[in-house]
Design a protein around this ligand. Sequence first.
Ligand SMILES: [Zn+2]
Length: 165
Amino acid sequence: MSDCCSINANTEAAPAVMTCPVNGARSKQVDMLTVKSLVRQLPLGMPNTQYYFCDSSDCAVVYFALDAEAPRFRREDLAVRVGAKETADPIPICYCFGFTRQDIWDEIRSTGKSTVAKRITEEVEADRCACEVKNPSGKCCLGSVAQVVTDYVQANQRTKIEVVP
Ligand SMILES: [Zn+2]
C-alpha cells in the first residue's frame, strides 16, 4: 500500500522495542502524534523518526528516538505529570478522565470495591477516550488501573477487593 504522505512513512522498519539510552529500560514505540501532543514546546526542525516511551520511574527521559541525533524529552518537557515516573501524589493514572492513584485507592478504602476500570471501559467503548493525545504512553490506561488495584491489595495483604466488572 502506498502511504507516502503518512507521518509515519519513515518509521516502518523501526524495531518495536528499543532500550532507553539513559537507563537501558525496554521501551515501546510511541506515535509521533502523542509526542507532539504532550511535549510542551517542540524544537524547530524535529526529524521525522520513530519515538519510544521510557516508563522507568528512575529515569528522567520520557521520549527518545530511533535517530540518536533527534532530541530527547524529559519529564519537565511534558505538559502533564508522567504517572509512571512520579512517586508523590498526584500520580495520574487515567489521563482522559483524570483518575489518580489516590482516587482509585480512596474508593477501595471507603467501599471495598473498585469501579474505576468499569467506568473507564464504558467511556472507551463509547469512543469518548483520547489516550493517543493525552496519555504519555499513547495507550489505554486500563492496564495501569489494574496495576494500581493490585498494588493496593499487596500493600494491604488481608484486604479483599471486588473489582466491579
Ligand atoms: Zn529511560
